[in-house]
Unconditional design. Structure first.
Length: 163
């Protein structure tokens, strides 16, 4: 594909429908989540070993709490967008949603919000936790790339037009 979004003549006219999926993930949140989850787990294991006054069930509870904290941090770190040829898959912390490209009008990054949103044809928005403000210019560039994909792969028809 050419930088302008058109088909690359060297590929024999192949377009974006034949490109592999594009995956977008936050960087800062992933590092912080796994780092903090690991620290909590190591601390809980150390506490279970060093606190001799705890019964075995209490020690197991500390380790289980550390594992639960790491599992929650993993949920935070696994957020992503998968931009396929026909749809956008949004994996947030507790939800997964697949939207066809024509359902998506635009992407917005409202000032003060921690992540971007997609504006949908029915007037609603859906959060994109994979595009985190903490990633700074990297997140803005990803939002611009997503906007290009929305334009390239098909915007929805305005419901006010009656179509």
């Amino acid at each position: 594909m050419t930088p302008t979004g058109g088909a690359d003549p060297s590929t024999g006219g192949a377009d974006a429908l034949h490109d592999p999926p594009i995956v977008m993930r936050p960087r800062a949140v992933r590092v912080a989540a796994y780092l903090s989850g690991g620290i909590v787990l190591v601390g809980m294991i150390a506490g279970a070993i060093l606190l001799q006054s705890f019964e075995p069930a209490g020690r197991a509870g500390l380790v289980a709490l550390g594992v639960a904290a790491l599992a929650f941090c993993h949920l935070e770190a696994r957020v992503r967008l998968i931009a396929g040829p026909h749809s956008l898959v949004i994996q947030n912390v507790f939800s997964r949603r697949e939207l066809s490209w024509p359902e998506i009008l635009d992407v917005s990054f409202p000032m003060g919000d921690p992540w971007a949103h997609v504006n949908l044809w029915d007037g609603t928005t859906h959060p994109l936790q994979a595009l985190q403000r903490y990633d700074g210019p990297r997140a803005v560039a990803a939002a611009h790339r997503l906007r290009e994909l929305i334009r390239e792969r098909g915007e929805a028809v305005d419901p006010a037009d009656g179509a």
